[in-house]
Design a protein around this ligand. Structure first.
Ligand SMILES: C[S@@+](CC[C@H](N)C(=O)[O-])C[C@H]1O[C@@H](n2cnc3c(N)ncnc32)[C@H](O)[C@@H]1O
Length: 262
């Protein structure tokens, strides 16, 4: 029977090497920060998972916060970041609210919000994704930046549809079976895990669903939430996404002066 997402999975996430992607995104984001000459004092990582990106950002001296819906993922992050003073909040997108940092002339809020490893593909309707963008907007300082990656439909069609991924370690094994619904642009991954507990093996299954959105829709939703789209790339590059790109990275900015009514 499927269970809630990223609960028992949290205990094996880093051991499976799933944290490596976040580390690569954190390094790529540091290149983006340099490219756009962004000054970061306060940053927030959405869907921060086990806190790998926060750990890398912490080394740069940024003040940090993270949010995630999973208490178990946050508990792993809390242990990893025990020596750092980072605020971790259990919150669920699309709507969330946490205390805003800073108190300067420009206004309160984060300088940078990030979200990595297709976390925003978990927003299964345009309303939810736009809602998440609006929540991010409210947490940014005027002029603040938002950097995130998302899987494209090409990724769900090619890397997910009908594919089975499996591996086995001494005390851990997993089998992931994926399906794709082309009409809805959604993919399901039934992820079954086997974890050795002493002399027996524990088995559990989580079903993850992601939705892909055309690039034009992502940009339109960002603009509807009040953002300027400052970069839209084939992830890990500074080139526009090709038709066959599996992952995009968006760089959006909250205008210094908001439009009336926002
Ligand atoms: C693929 S993991 C990525 C974790 C981390 N960003 C990384 O790169 O390793 C997706 C994360 O999104 C979180 N998540 C999924 N849906 C969410 C929601 N609606 N609100 C908050 N967090 C969510 C999950 O709990 C999980 O930690």
């Amino acid at each position: 029977m499927p269970e809630q997402l990223y609960r028992r999975f949290a205990t094996v996430y880093d051991r499976m090497g799933a944290d490596r992607f976040s580390a690569e995104m954190a390094e790529y984001t540091i290149r983006i920060v340099r490219k756009f000459d962004i000054t970061v004092t306060d940053a927030l990582d959405l869907c921060c998972g086990t806190g790998t990106a926060l750990q890398i950002f912490h080394r740069r001296g940024w003040r940090l916060a993270g949010i995630d819906q999973s208490p178990e993922m946050l508990a792993v992050a809390g242990r990893k970041l025990a020596r750092a003073r980072i605020d971790l909040y259990r919150r669920e997108l699309p709507s969330f609210s946490i205390p805003l940092p800073g108190d300067d002339d420009i206004g309160r809020g984060f300088d940078l919000v990030t979200s990595f490893y297709d976390s925003l593909n978990y927003m299964l309707t345009k309303r939810a994704l736009t809602g998440a963008f609006r929540s991010v907007y409210k947490h940014l300082k005027p002029g603040g930046w938002f950097v995130f990656d998302m899987n494209t439909a090409e990724a769900l069609k090619t890397l997910w549809a009908g594919q089975v991924y499996a591996d086995v370690l001494d005390d851990l094994a997993w089998v992931w079976k994926n399906r794709y619904d082309e009409k809805k642009r959604t993919a399901d991954c039934a992820a079954t895990f086997f974890v050795r507990k002493g002399s027996h093996w524990e088995r559990f299954t989580e079903v993850h669903t992601e939705r892909a959105y055309p690039n034009s829709e992502i940009k339109a939703m960002l603009r509807a939430a009040g953002f300027m789209v400052r970069g839209f790339y084939r992830c890990f590059s500074f080139e526009p996404p090709t038709r066959h790109a599996y992952r995009i990275c968006a760089v959006a900015q909250r205008p210094v002066r908001s439009r009336r009514g926002r």
